[in-house]
Structures are given as structure tokens and as C-alpha cells.
Design a protein around this ligand. Structure first.
Ligand SMILES: Nc1ncnc2c1ncn2[C@@H]1O[C@H](COP(=O)(O)OP(=O)(O)OP(=O)(O)O)[C@@H](O)[C@H]1O
Ligand SMILES: [Mg+2]
Length: 273
């Protein structure tokens, strides 16, 4: 897939989630389960990687790729699976599914993530790393993919379609909200609301130092690699000026797809075998 068709497919997936409908399809589905720190997303695509349906829910049962509430996580994945079954009008019991982990987490933790998906009666066929999943959707063969989620910022560097480096740092949208909470002396939940819904021109200056810090971390990691473009995805890069700050800090062209929050979940489904 190339950049433009990647964006088209992401928009199509976004519309399916918003409408709560499924696109007609034939053949077995490929399911992607993204157990994020802030959001859990289930994506269904057909064998040609066309989005068929999707469901999402805010949840805090996983933190930075580590399951902090196992039963809660299984229960939410089961509920979302039931929702998806309703939309699709078909059972997903033991359907093939892929899931993902932040780059570099311990093998034991990756296994627990897979177990959650397995316990919701999916057949786990693949566990990919998050930025790599995003790269699949965007058709990126060279450059750095940076997934700025709720809890972590994952980095994958690709060369000729191969992942040559991955890293993960504990910074993301949660840290932006903490900074807003401190600045305005309000609770985390209130800060989260303000961050997402208030005027970006007011909010962004407050969290800009966090974005600069993220960019400097990424810049440090890509030293020694021949990276001419940084691709940013994940919910925390939804701000209009996010790429601009990244570009200025790193001196490297930075671009963002439409609906960055949905890229990794969709890419996980693409990577279902
Ligand atoms: N419109 C928006 N503007 C700013 N931030 C947003 C917006 N929408 C979502 N976010 C933030 O994006 C983050 C969630 O992004 P995402 O769903 O990519 O993370 P995740 O996959 O759950 O987390 P992780 O990958 O770190 O485990 C949250 O911190 C949320 O507040
Ligand atoms: Mg994520």
C-alpha cells in the first residue's frame, strides 16, 4: 500500500467505526486487537486488507504493553468482540487474530498480551510490534515510524522494508495530560477532556515542551541511521502543530496520516495471518 491509499483505507475504517456498520465482505476475516494504554480497538479486514468493521473503547487495563488488570482486559475484549459480532452478523469464535506490543517489551509481557486475546476466544496468529503494524498500512519501506500513544512512544526504523531498529520510551498523551493538570491545577480526567476538546491554540503551547522532549528522544534514537522522513501516528499526535514541532526539533521532514489514532490498530489486522 502507498501513502495515499493508506490514508484512504484509514478514512474508510474511521467511517465504519463511526457508523457502527459493516462493509459487505466475502471470505474469512482478519482481526486486529490493539490493547492500548488509553484505547482498546478491534479491527476486522478482509483478505485484501479492506476494512470491514471496527469497534473501540477507552480503557485502562493495559499500561505500556503491560496488562495491569487481566480479567478486566479479557472482559473488555470479549465485550468488544460481541459488539463486532453484532455489527458483522457472524460469530468470531476462534477467528484468526493478531495483536501487538510496544517494541522491546519483555517476552513474558508479550505472552500475557497474547493470552488476553486468546482468552477472548480468538486464535492468535501473530504478535507484531506497534510501529511496524502502522508502517504496513502506510506502505512505508524507509524512514522512522513513531507511534505516540497514551503511555509510550514507540519507534521503528525501516530500511528497504525491513525493521532495523526499534525502541520504546515511557512518554505519550498521558504525560501531556499530566502537564495540563499541573498547569491548570485540575484533575487528570479534567485535563484529558481539555486536551482533546478545547481550542488547540490554547492547549498546544502548554504541552509543546512535552512534544519537544518526545522529538529529542526520537532524534537521539535515529542517530547513525539514514532517516530522511519521520512518520508520526498514535492518538497523542492529533495536534495540528505536532509535526511542525517534531520537524523543527529533529531537522527531519515529519508527516502524519489522517486519523493517526487508527493506523496502528488497522495495521495489526493487516498483519493477521
Ligand atoms: N484529539 C486528540 N487530541 C489530543 N490527544 C488525543 C486526541 N485523541 C486522543 N488523544 C490522546 O491519544 C492517546 C491515545 O492514543 P492511542 O489510542 O494511540 O494510545 P494507546 O494505543 O491506547 O496507548 P499505547 O500505544 O501507549 O499503549 C491518549 O493519551 C489520548 O488522550
Ligand atoms: Mg497504541
Amino acid at each position: 500500500m502507498d501513502w495515499k491509499s493508506g490514508n484512504d483505507v484509514i478514512l474508510e475504517f474511521d467511517e465504519l467505526i463511526k457508523s457502527g456498520k459493516a462493509r459487505p465482505h466475502t471470505g474469512p476475516l482478519k482481526i486486529g486487537v490493539d490493547l492500548g494504554t488509553a484505547n482498546i480497538v478491534l479491527a476486522a479486514v478482509d483478505q485484501e486488507n479492506r476494512p470491514v468493521a471496527g469497534v473501540t473503547r477507552r480503557a485502562s487495563v493495559v499500561r505500556d504493553g503491560i496488562v495491569v488488570d487481566y480479567m478486566g482486559a479479557v472482559s473488555i475484549v470479549r465485550q468488544l468482540k460481541a459488539e463486532l459480532e453484532d455489527i458483522l452478523g457472524e460469530s468470531l469464535d476462534f477467528a484468526n487474530a493478531a495483536t501487538a506490543i510496544p517494541p522491546g517489551i519483555l517476552e513474558g509481557n508479550a505472552k500475557i498480551i497474547a493470552n488476553v486475546v486468546d482468552s477472548a476466544d480468538f486464535n492468535v496468529t501473530n504478535v507484531v510490534d506497534e510501529p511496524t503494524a502502522a508502517a504496513t498500512v502506510l506502505g512505508i519501506r524507509n524512514g522512522a515510524v513513531v507511534d505516540v500513544g497514551g503511555g509510550t512512544t514507540g519507534i521503528s526504523i525501516l530500511k528497504d522494508g525491513e525493521v532495523v531498529f526499534t525502541a520504546d520510551e515511557p512518554t505519550g498523551g498521558t504525560h501531556m495530560s499530566l502537564v495540563i493538570a499541573g498547569n491548570k491545577k485540575i484533575s487528570f480526567d479534567e485535563a484529558e477532556e481539555i486536551k482533546i476538546h478545547d481550542d488547540q491554540r490554547v492547549v498546544f503551547p502548554i504541552i509543546k515542551p512535552v512534544v519537544e522532549k518526545m522529538a529529542s528522544i526520537v532524534h537521539r534514537f535515529i542517530q547513525g541511521y539514514d532517516v530522511d522522513t519521520i512518520y508520526v501516528v498514535g492518538g497523542a499526535c492529533e495536534f495540528d502543530r505536532f509535526e511542525q514541532v517534531f520537524e523543527r526539533e529533529t531537522g527531519i521532514k515529519t508527516i502524519k496520516p489522517v486519523e493517526p489514532l487508527l493506523v496502528t490498530p488497522l495495521g495489526i489486522a493487516f498483519n493477521c495471518r
